[in-house]
Ligand binder design. Structure first.
Ligand code: SAH
Length: 388
């Protein structure tokens, strides 16, 4: 087998130089790269990898059907492969990347959070949510996060490392298998939506996330066959990466975590704003909407007495309308208080007034439900490494 390879903990930034305002991993941190896995590879690369093992190319398609169509990850179950082939492909292409270390449920079994341990020990979380009409999994793209938003639990611990493409895809495959097998009840058997709203900043792990989107959305057996429009990539607003994503030819939904429409406050709520301010974020979002035809989702965590004033609702509506016209939807998230935080959610009347003003400004606005609160699985509460 190949020697463990090391790589820098972070992908090269989309622009030269580190981001000075961010708490990235300690300089020079090097980690063992996650093992290569079938889900890292596109169809051609799978065939090449199988050929390297001395197996005929059709074995790659067989493996892909097991993994992407039947959602199987354990080579032992792939009994149509000769034993020798199973022994070869197991360690080379289907190593176990993530071990579930705990699964907790709430909301009557319709919300289920899984804590995963990767082979180098880092912990990440994903949350599966069942609704009457759909099943959604919220997944992590990085272990930890370097964006340092002060209200977000993951942001407090800094970035540990990027997840590999296959580590991202595995969270979805496993959720899809759980739904198919009745994990969300007998009536909901198909995972339909994926949101990159777990741990990490997806656009700071750009290539692996985009590759993962292809694995999730390519037709089986190349990929899991989800609709691109049912995949949401959420970002703090890494402007060059938004432009790059617009040019990928994908139809994924882009969510932008704005949290306030003014630079003065956003500089502290979303520190990367010091590098790419609100106007640039709106301009990049506009271009994404123009190129893809997709409506932008603006995420806004409503924090009592911090960003919930009527004038901010009015300014948000004005800017969203001016820059994005009808191609925008504001998603208010009642703040999920994180341990030790001085902040809290806004009172109901304040929230209602905020919604009313945004709508009066001509902008669609809804309040996100707060699934997973009591299992620390709600937005911004995922911080596996902070707990014992
Ligand atoms: N890095 C990406 C994904 C993060 S999580 C991004 O920032 O978009 C998805 C959403 O949850 C983001 O909008 C994030 O700002 C929000 N969030 C983080 N902490 C939160 C909290 N404590 N309460 C409510 N929403 C939170």
């Amino acid at each position: 087998m190949t020697e463990p390879v090391t790589e820098p903990a972070t992908e090269p930034a989309t622009e030269p130089g580190p981001l000075p305002v961010l708490s990235l991993s300690p300089a020079g941190t090097r980690r063992t790269r996650p093992a290569r896995h079938l889900a890292d590879l596109d169809t051609d690369a799978r065939r090449a990898a199988v050929a390297e093992l001395g197996l005929p190319a059709f074995r790659a398609d067989q493996l892909s059907r097991h993994y992407f169509s039947r959602l199987e990850s354990d080579p032992a179950t792939m009994t149509d492969l000769p034993a020798a082939a199973r022994d070869a492909v197991g360690p080379a292409l289907l190593p176990q990347l993530l071990a579930p270390t705990s699964v907790v449920e709430c909301d009557g079994g319709t919300t289920r959070k899984t804590l995963w341990r990767a082979n180098d020990g880092v912990l990440v979380e994903s949350v599966l949510m069942g609704y009457p009409d759909r099943a959604t999994v919220c997944i992590s793209s990085q272990a930890g996060c370097g964006m340092a938003c002060p209200f977000c639990a993951t942001g407090q611990g800094g970035l540990e490392r990027n997840l590999s493409t296959a580590e991202i895809v595995e969270q979805v495959r496993s959720a899809a298998a759980a739904v198919r097998d009745g994990g969300l009840g007998p009536d909901l058997r198909r995972l339909s939506n994926v949101v990159f709203m777990g741990m990490g900043e997806p656009l700071a792990n750009y290539r692996r996330v985009v590759d993962a989107v292809h694995r999730l959305c390519d037709a089986p057996p190349a990929g899991l066959g989800l609709s691109q429009r049912s995949v949401t990539v959420s970002t703090v607003g890494l402007v060059p990466a938004i432009h790059r994503l617009a040019d990928e030819g994908l139809q994924v939904t882009l969510a932008v975590s704005l949290h306030t429409p003014d630079d003065e406050l956003r500089d502290s709520l979303v520190p990367v704003n010091q590098r790419w301010p609100v106007a640039e974020v709106f301009a990049a979002a506009r271009r994404y909407a123009d190129v893809t035809g997709r409506r932008i989702s603006i995420e806004y965590a409503l924090i009592r007495d911090v960003n919930d004033q009527p004038w901010r609702a009015d300014l948000l509506a004005k800017l969203a309308h001016r820059h994005l016209g009808r191609l925008v939807h504001v998603n208010l998230i009642p703040l999920n208080p994180t341990p030790g935080s001085k902040w809290d959610a806004s009172p109901a009347p304040v929230q209602a007034e905020f919604v009313r003003r945004v709508r009066d400004g001509g902008v669609a606005c809804t309040v996100r439900d707060t699934r997973g609160r009591e299992i620390a699985g709600a937005c911004g509460q995922l911080a596996a490494t902070a707990r014992p």
